[in-house]
Ligand binder design. Sequence first.
Ligand code: WT7
Length: 655
Amino acid sequence: MSQQIDHLLNEDRRFAPRPEFAENAVAGPGIYDAAKADRLGFWAEQSRELLHWHKPFTNVLDWTSPPFAKWFDDGQLNVAYNCLDRHVEAGNGDRVAIHFEGEPGDSRSITYAELTDEVKRVANVLQSFGVGQGDRVAIYLPMIPEAIASLLAVARLGAAHSVVFGGFSADSLRARIDDAGAKVVITADGGYRKGKPSALKPAVDQALSDRGEGEQATVEKVLVVKRTEQDVEWTEGRDVWWNDVVPDASADHEAEAFDAENPLFILYTSGTTGKPKGILHTSGGYLTQAAFTHRNVFDLHPESDVYWCTADIGWITGHSYVAYGPLANGATQVLYEGTPDFPNPGRWWDVIEKYGVTIFYTAPTAVRSFMKQGREIPQQRDLSSLRLLGSVGEPINPEAWMWFRDVIGGSVSPVVDTWWQTETGAIMISALPGVTETKPGSAQVAMPGISIDVVDEKGEAVGNDAGGLLVVTEPWPSMLRGIWGDPDRFVETYWKMFQDKGYYFAGDGARLDEDGDIWLLGRVDDVMNVSGHRLSTAEIESSLVAHEATAEAAVVGANDETTGQAVVAFVILKESFLKEHSAEGLANTLRTWVGEQIGPIARPRDVYIVGELPKTRSGKIMRRLLRDVAEGREVGDTQTLADTAVMSVISAQVR
Ligand code: WT7
């Protein structure tokens, strides 16, 4: 950490907005003063301007029983109507909503009028399955237009969706279906990745079977999109082909108004314990901040821009900046199904050139892997349409930031580094591209209307030129409303730490520089960030221990040049297994095992078979020391270990 801080202090490159950019920018400097003068009035005004309220609200914020907030709670709206119908009614029905690019090279462009019709059809089908307000629908789909249509159809009915990333295994899917009590699953036969059809439906079948006595799946219907034409197993009465029912369904569907605090979705994210947390977001406040940040951070001019966010719909970025933000703002966007390097390493740049993408939002891990491949690849394409670049998911190191700006952005596109979380729902910290003088590697300043600080363990502000813990000091419109089914865990996880101050603790370390700009320093808890995806050490440890060969396991996140952090596991095997198998063979078995149990992103980069783990006298594993080993450093202070010799044994074994 100290090395990183030194490096940050040396970063003195500055990029002021170009005058021609600033002149046409959506957000001007006055926006900060407006928000500061009357924070709640500012949000009310944004909400009225950006959204259509069927029933206008009069209350802005109800914070009478913190940390349970209500925003705009006497107002009513329909989220899907805001993302679709109203654009058609305003005469923009012919505007393209989605330029879809399939990995095999198939493509189609869908207008707002067409997407509106499609969503109405899907809503009618879901309604015929009995879905309505108060229900949950699980969505397990590849990055195809039907994924976006599914989210919106569920929202249109006032039900809540729970999207499960297509890379998660049957077990993970099942845990999420059960926790949310989903009534319907929307999936596909598969999708295309790396040139091959990947299977999704078999995982759904597996997730819904294998139940023990008395255990019943809550799922009544499975709606299956045909994408790859793979053979699938079929459960009569439960499974329905999308392609059989959606095209024939009526495209008449009245959007009913729902309360601002009606649940919109649950999205599961990793925490410091093994069980994923179902983060709950609601409607009016969430959509307000998603639309506001999308418009102002990305300087969206909906009539002329072509926007592309590369995130999968299975993550929060896909929810807020592929589905809700862009559609609420009437944007034209690109949706790409596959991997960045298929069929050639320049596929993303081909997509940008083909559609004339102007705004491009991606993750540092992707930027770093392109850096490795060399600038020749993007330089063979015409990327001159780009005028703004965004980064999200983990700290972007100044080198990657500069490469992004120079090589992809032609040395003119501003780069905005956006900090936020599944829990915050929308961007909280970012430069505004027409206002802020940017600094490579810094996320910079709180959004207008958002109150952020860096504090010490007692909650006292550390002030400029100092490091500490990142907190949000005032409630914000798109804040999580809770953890599904577990209000105590919600309070405990996010609000306990600074209870008397009423601050939200984000779990990140941060530093304020001498100007008060924010530099994120990574997680301070036992959570890793691999390629911009949050994984918990506890979750992977419990998967490892669930294997019959494992006696004990400890997992840490180690710095990785490409993925930010990588999963590194230290495992003690049962002696009986070591007698019969090689340590190397077992390490590989365990890597595969975790990949199957949780999903490929959780698969450890390294599994070290060791004889002991470093523990304190109270039995707590000291991950800090294991991280030293995993990152090839001198092992730090071992004084508090129950057995101080353990670390030299481990270091020797790993070497
Ligand atoms: C964690 C949230 C927000 C969508 C993607 C991840 C890290 C996120 C940044 C950034 C430094 C960042 C934080 C945060 N993070 N954006 N711009 N700079 N760190 O969402 O899975 O909920 O993870 O990602 O550690 O707490 P998530």
